[in-house]
Design a protein around this ligand. Structure first.
Ligand SMILES: [Zn+2]
Length: 216
């Protein structure tokens, strides 16, 4: 338990998901994905659940106000007492301010953990990725090449390069990510709650650095 609210962000391919899972396990705290809890709560026959069901069925975006009560409802569950990890919330400085208020009420501190990676490194990680068309095993021509080029080590299936992992798509996704998260990062930097880590190093090293930052 760390008694903190950890907000995780990072561009696709930086290893944010892996770090979040390890943190949850290490500190015995839940990992809460906004998308998951919205779907979960929409199934409940509560006032909030029914409201959500209507909003989601209409295809509209869930308002900040409703989102805040969903987060509050979920994080007052007993498993959140020792802290929790948020994924997908907050996305804007305004939502971050709401979370700060919630955190104060819960007697916890918020930290924004931003897993950073340079454009070059991300390109190598993602554009080098190859997936087996038969068994789904993932390789990387730079970091984890197959014994036979273009052929899966496990089942000899043909390796494919997903459209999502092509250089242009990766670049576009990274730019979109940077634009979307800049105000949030700026907000947490100003209030001294930003933990920036270099995600280019080995997973275990990144993890140790995040833990050290969260524990002080
Ligand atoms: Zn295979």
């Amino acid at each position: 338990m760390i008694d903190k609210i950890v907000v995780m962000i990072g561009p696709p391919g930086a290893g944010k998901g892996t770090q979040a899972r390890q943190l949850a396990e290490h500190y015995h705290i839940p990992q809460i994905s906004t998308g998951d809890i919205l779907r979960e709560m929409a199934r409940l026959e509560t006032k909030l659940g029914l409201e959500l069901k209507t909003i989601m069925a209409s295809g509209e975006l869930v308002s900040d106000e409703v989102l805040a009560s969903v987060i509050q409802t979920r994080t007052t569950q007993p498993d959140c007492i020792g802290g929790y990890i948020l994924d997908g919330y907050p996305r804007t400085p305004s939502q971050a301010r709401t979370l700060e208020k919630l955190a104060r009420g819960q007697g916890k501190d918020v930290r924004l953990v931003s897993v950073e990676i340079s454009r070059d490194a991300l390109m190598r990680r993602l554009t080098g990725r190859r997936t087996c068309s038969k068994c789904g095993e993932i390789y990387n021509i730079y970091f984890r090449p197959t014994r036979q080029e273009g052929q899966c080590d496990l089942c000899s299936g043909e390796l494919t390069h997903r459209a999502d992992d092509k250089e242009e798509t990766v670049g576009t996704r990274l730019t979109a990510y940077e634009q979307k998260t800049a105000p949030l990062i700026q907000y947490f930097r100003e209030i001294g709650r930003l933990v920036g880590v270099n995600g280019e190093r080995p997973v275990a090293e990144v993890f140790t650095e995040i833990c050290a930052a969260l524990e002080n």
